[in-house]
Ligand binder design. Structure first.
Ligand code: X8Z
Ligand code: ZN
Length: 618
């Protein structure tokens, strides 16, 4: 199974999974690589069918019992994948085809959180069980998170709505700090001994994972995660630095301008003219998407004349209509509609009477066509975007379902995240007019406003997309120890995002745990890469479509020629190194931030003008 996003250590191979009886660890490696790989793929596929359903039920119905089941499946998955990874060692130095090499690498490097397999079978099982318990507990603690405001228990959507809509700094601070109490962990004094805190669980997971990574020949988990990009891990890290250098100046201009507008709105006592931005003022719980403060940052005299959230509400969109509209975009490109089971089995609104993991995700339960999404959809611009994002995962999954099992994956994980976002870049005024959602297309004078809206979503994200895994790499490498977990998090937020918490954080805070991907153990570099790649896809697609206007006005809606080329890239799955897939669709083999910078160039020019005389940076 591949769930985007929801990988637990269990299901952990960025790819994969599978297991029958985990304690039969005695290596039974065949001498023929083809026979070994055929067995490995069969074992993973069998396990995946079972683990995906267990994880789905757990995420849709969080109880002690489903935690127990998920943890058990997770432990079995760890034991299976670690055993197979170790079995690949028998083929080191053997003559392999490029496909076989690739599959061996996926088996060895594709486990998100490995456990060591030393000791007796009983000891191996014990440590895999412990890892699974710790990771399931962290994810479920996050999923069940709530905080009481004015006597009312609020969940993450409700707290996020405060951060998005309210402009009273005291209320913002309360919701922002309130959500961060969730990541302290389940402290139930009635049970006598309190459960471990999330930070304690996290530290234990890191110890186990690093031991597992070393056994598989990696320096640590960071080295292992960075080994999944068709180049040595150090080269990938250098590539990421290059990308950041390309986009950092644009981010700094946006930061500078937005800080000035927040200062005008709130005054010096709340937001100073210089220094970092107060993290709770940016309209999003993690300051990773600033679209909600568009009304504060809107360029004067450049009003696009519509607000997508208001349009959706006025047109009485419900969750199903949001998803149907998203599907309609993909089918307009010539892709087949989603299967009937998608509509029967997906979860698209938050149920009232049970605990669910509401962070949006897309699932491929049988690695074939049992596709589903799970999201607690709200009727707004952000979730309209998210619907396209999640469906992108599902259409990609179905496109590569004829590949061998180990190749049923994205070209790299950044591609998987970029598919749906690329499609959503085509949600332009011209497209909305075609759907009859707006009555007239705004004139060129609205371009700065339109670009600002997009920048508040895309450019604001870049430093966050980078700092999450910078933090994890430091932790995995032992450069940040548990006592400094929170300090290191805020040091990176300051360095890259230029933001600071509204007040000093308490000594027991574990703020990384208030972001889904940390307790759920989902690597985050993929999103940074996606935000770069989606603009490369957009540029190439619009060139293919013969578009000559400004890129942000280009929509590929209905273009079956572009759709066919796009589908050809998706069908490749992970069967070839990712530069091959990139080349197939865009003609270039390099991941590069230039397309993003070009897309926003008119806005950057405008921002520079506005920021004249300011001392930008922090
Ligand atoms: O987690 C997601 C998706 C699921 S793969 C909703 N995203 C990141 C996040 O929410 O932090 C999409 C953008 C970044
Ligand atoms: Zn995603």
């Amino acid at each position: 199974m591949r769930q985007f996003l929801l990988s637990s250590a269990a299901i952990g191979m960025a790819l994969l999974a599978g297991c029958n009886n985990a304690t039969t660890t005695a290596s039974k490696t065949e001498s023929d690589p083809a026979a070994f790989l055929a067995r490995a793929e069969k074992e993973l596929s069998d396990y995946s069918d079972y683990a995906a359903r267990t994880a789905w039920v757990n995420a849709n119905f969080i109880t002690d019992d489903t935690d127990w089941l998920n943890s058990r499946a997770g432990s079995e998955g760890t034991q299976l994948t670690v055993r197979l990874a170790n079995e690949t060692k028998a083929f080191e130095g053997a003559k392999l085809t490029p496909d076989q090499e690739r599959k061996m690498l996926f088996l060895r490097a594709g486990i998100v959180m490995p456990a060591p397999s030393t000791g007796t079978p009983e000891e191996q099982k014990q440590i895999a069980d412990e890892l699974a318990d710790v990771t399931t507990r962290m994810a479920s603690t996050y999923g069940k998170g709530k905080y009481t405001v004015d006597g009312k228990e609020l969940n993450l959507e409700e707290l996020s709505n405060i951060i998005g809509d309210v402009r009273d700094p005291k209320k913002l601070q309360q919701a922002w700090e309130g959500w961060r109490t969730v990541s302290i962990g389940p402290q139930d004094p009635a049970e006598g001994k309190p459960s471990p805190t999330m930070a304690e669980d996290y530290a234990r997971m890191v110890d186990i994972g690093n031991a597992g990574a070393k056994e598989l020949g990696f320096k640590d988990i960071a080295d292992m995660w960075l080994s999944n990009y068709d180049m040595p891990s150090a080269d990938m890290e250098a590539t990421v630095e290059k990308l950041w250098t390309q986009v950092d100046p644009l981010y700094k201009e946006l930061h500078c301008y937005v800080r000035g507008r927040l200062n005008t709105k709130y005054g010096d006592a709340v937001q100073a003219k210089t220094g970092p931005i107060r993290a709770d003022l940016l309209g999003n719980m993690w300051a990773q998407d600033w679209t909600n403060i568009y009304p504060l940052a809107a360029p004067p005299a450049s009003d696009p004349g519509y607000d997508l959230t208001k349009v959706l509400v006025a047109r009485k969109f419900d969750a199903v209509k949001m998803v149907k509209t998203g599907e309609g975009f993909y089918t307009s490109l010539g892709l087949q509609p989603l299967p009937a089971t998608f509509w029967e089995r997906s979860l698209i609104t938050r149920p009232r009477d049970r605990e669910v993991q509401c962070h949006a995700s897309a699932w491929d339960i049988d690695n074939l066509d049992d596709l589903r999404i799970k999201m607690c959809t709200q009727i707004n611009q952000e979730d309209f975007q998210t619907v396209h994002h999640e469906l992108g995962h599902n259409f990609y999954q179905r496109a590569y379902n004829k590949q061998d099992f180990l190749f049923r994956n994205g070209a790299n994980d950044g591609f998987h995240e970029a598919i749906g976002d690329f499609i959503a870049l085509s949600v332009t005024p011209e497209y909305l007019k075609q759907l009859d959602l707006i009555s007239k297309v705004p004139p060129a004078s609205a371009d700065t406003g339109l670009l600002m809206n997009r920048a508040l979503e895309k450019v604001s994200f870049l430093p966050f997309g980078l700092m999450v895994d910078k933090w994890r790499w430091q932790v995995f490498r032992g450069e940040t120890t548990p006592a400094d977990y929170n300090k290191a998090w805020w040091d990176l937020a300051l360095k890259y995002q230029g933001i600071a918490p509204p007040s000093q954080r308490p000594a027991d805070a574990f703020d990384p745990g208030a972001k889904y991907h940390i307790p759920a153990n989902t690597p985050y570099l993929r999103y940074f890469l996606s935000f770069i790649l989606q603009f490369q896809f957009q540029k190439a697609a619009c060139e293919q479509a013969g578009w000559t206007g400004p890129l942000h006005r280009c929509s590929i809606y209905g273009n079956k020629d572009v759709g066919a080329k796009f589908n050809a890239m998706m069908e490749m799955g992970a069967s070839k190194p990712w530069p091959d897939a990139l080349e197939a669709f865009t003609g270039t083999r390099e991941i590069d931030g230039t397309a993003l910078v070009e897309y926003f160039a008119p806005l950057q020019t405008w921002l520079k003008e506005q920021n004249k005389g300011q001392s930008c940076g922090w």
